[in-house]
Design a binder for this molecule. Structure first.
Ligand SMILES: O=C(CO)COP(=O)(O)O
Length: 248
């Protein structure tokens, strides 16, 4: 009953020309599919990629969004600007933002709230580091990441949001969580949401991210609480990303 969502995260890669070529190849190669497909691209190319994908089933997302509505916030891009540019999704709280740029649980919650106000679907990224997993803190880390958002926006906000579980130790490392490890955390996240609102939990798309590739996507996506993927490195190659998109 949940529609799968396969989302690419291009991170800070590629040129305008390469992005347009990749988007065009995806639009031509996807065919008619049940699942949703989207790409999260650098801010400066959002409009180009949206134009390249116009008329296709592939949506466009940003990789971040400001935690304020408007004003003197040099270098930031607001949710209203994304909405104005025809953008559907915004990642919030990606682990690279949290670890390199100081995004805190509260600033991530504020970004999430700003996105929703402009009808941009926030994709809330959560996940533990290797040290946290080894110290048995996976669930408490995820609790804190979820609670900041729930306390800021209320549980109802998750009716219009997506969660991506991305264990930090699996990002860009080639070390994927096993199907069982990923499913365990996805089921935990859904149960936490369900404790507050079972209907929202049943409909919530929870994506897995961290070294998703064409050869491991099928097993991950077959898990009952995994509703698709957030794909980094492998989304930069049209053939590989299309294969992953067809793995649900
Ligand atoms: O961070 C990710 C997606 O947001 C995952 O990246 P990789 O697929 O390159 O591990």
């Amino acid at each position: 009953m949940r529609r799968s969502l396969i989302m690419g995260n291009w991170k800070m890669n590629g040129s305008r020309e390469e992005g347009i070529q990749l988007a065009t190849a995806l639009a031509e190669g996807l065919g008619t599919v049940e699942q949703e497909v989207a790409v999260c691209v650098p801010f400066i190319y959002l409009t180009d990629i949206r134009n390249a994908l116009a008329g296709s089933a592939i949506a466009v997302g940003a990789q971040n969004v400001a935690d304020q509505a408007a004003g003197a916030y040099t270098g930031e891009v607001s949710a209203a600007m994304l909405a104005d540019s025809g953008i559907k999704y915004a990642l919030v709280g990606h682990s690279e933002r949290r670890s390199y740029y100081g995004d805190t649980n509260q600033s991530v919650a504020n970004r999430f709230a700003q996105a929703l106000k402009q009808n941009i679907i926030p994709v809330l990224c959560v996940g533990e580091t290797l040290a946290e997993r080894e110290a048995d803190q996976t669930f408490s880390v995820i609790d804190a990441q979820l609670d900041a958002v729930i306390n800021t926006t209320g549980i109802e906000a998750f009716a219009n949001a997506v969660i991506a579980y991305e264990p930090v130790w699996a990002i860009g490392t080639g070390k994927t969580a096993t199907d069982e490890q990923a499913q365990e955390v996805h089921a935990y996240i859904r149960s936490r949401i369900a404790a507050l609102n079972p209907e929202i939990a049943a409909k919530l798309q929870i994506l897995y991210g961290g070294s998703v590739k064409a050869d491991n996507a099928k097993g991950l996506f077959a898990q009952p609480d995994i509703d698709g993927g957030l794909v980094g490195g492998a989304s930069l190659d049209a053939k590989g990303f299309l294969q992953i998109s067809h793995s649900v």
